[in-house]
Design a protein around this ligand. Sequence first.
Ligand SMILES: Cc1ncc(COP(=O)(O)O)c(C=O)c1O
Length: 411
Amino acid sequence: MTPASRAECEDLDRADPLGRFRSEFDLPAGLIYLDGNSLGAMPRNVTAALQKVAAEEWARGLIRSWNHAGWVDAGTRVGAKIARLLGAAEDEVVVADSTSINLYKAIGAAIQAGHDGWVLTDEGNFPTDLYVVEAAVRQFGAKGLRLVPRERLREEIRSDVDLVTASHVDYRTGHMLDMAELTEAAGAAGALFVWDLCHSAGAVPVDLAEAGVDLAVGCTYKYLNGGPGSPAFIHVSSRFQDRLRSPIPGWFGHQDTFAFGSEYAPAGGARRFQAGTPGILGLAGLEVAVDLWLDVDMATARAKSVALSELLIDRVGERCAPHGVGLASPRDPALRGSHVSLTHPDAHGVVQALGAAGVIADHRPPDLVRLGLTPLYTRFVDVWDAIEILAEVLDSQTYREAAFAVRERVP
Ligand SMILES: Cc1ncc(COP(=O)(O)O)c(C=O)c1O
């Protein structure tokens, strides 16, 4: 049963076991932020952490900080913490580069290791995944790329498929695949599976060991709250670490980076997938956010995320249905990540009008209004109020105003 009044939402917020986390974030007063699925909110302690890295470690410590401020190990140290959040062993995850680059490294490594038959992916996969996988298939000489509808992925994993990649949670609809089932099916066909966890890490419970995952990549700036463009992670199961080599064998992935040897010898663990010098400022902000996550019980976060999304869907049904608003996300919460997508013929205008009325969501073409539910700082009253405001925008048709038709570079 979802709450039937704003007062009931307030009661739920008061009883919320995650309620204390909201004050850990620096959110503008009066704004309802439902876009943590694109860029997570900033943890308050980030400001001090960045100040420390810049003013003390960099300005005063200079080059000495690589040793004395823990810079040299930051990628593996933060990777180990993310590993704990994802149910992996500490040396199976390293933080480095972007998701796009990590995906390239993962796919390239798998093809180079002999998984060079057909590569399979979801035709609606995130664009960077499609571009990168297509290029990697060509450059590393796999047989070819097969694009199939997301709902057919399972049946298309056949014996001629050597490598599969997909987003665990779909960026458009929030549809969540069964990670364990698909990984097992790939393994039974002799294929490796590379998961994109951008909309999963910090959004839904993930247990990479239990699901038997081979390889995974993901970003840290959405639900993990690492900050704009914060570095991504790559997970490589210990089962494959010895036989997988990064196609970008940079010195930070070398066994002994500072031996300056002329021969490349890959490091053990996922560290071999680090390429160059880590971006310390980005890692510093990310580490603050990950430390916050280490105090969160993911089952509690998931329960709240589901409750928030159920409330949202019910309220949209009650308040907005007459206005041509549809649901693009699965109705079954077990098949949904932590965002809900609505359809509307003028989704762009609706998102702009919502923003002007104090509700930040985002738009994905052609017709989606995406609403992210981030249980560390989204309250039940936020969802209630956001849908009241959405209903007003639709009732008054303010979304038709000329100002809301202006397209910015980031939708
Ligand atoms: C599923 C998915 N993969 C990849 C990316 C982007 O990767 P990168 O961090 O390299 O820009 C996104 C960004 O939103 C995404 O949603």
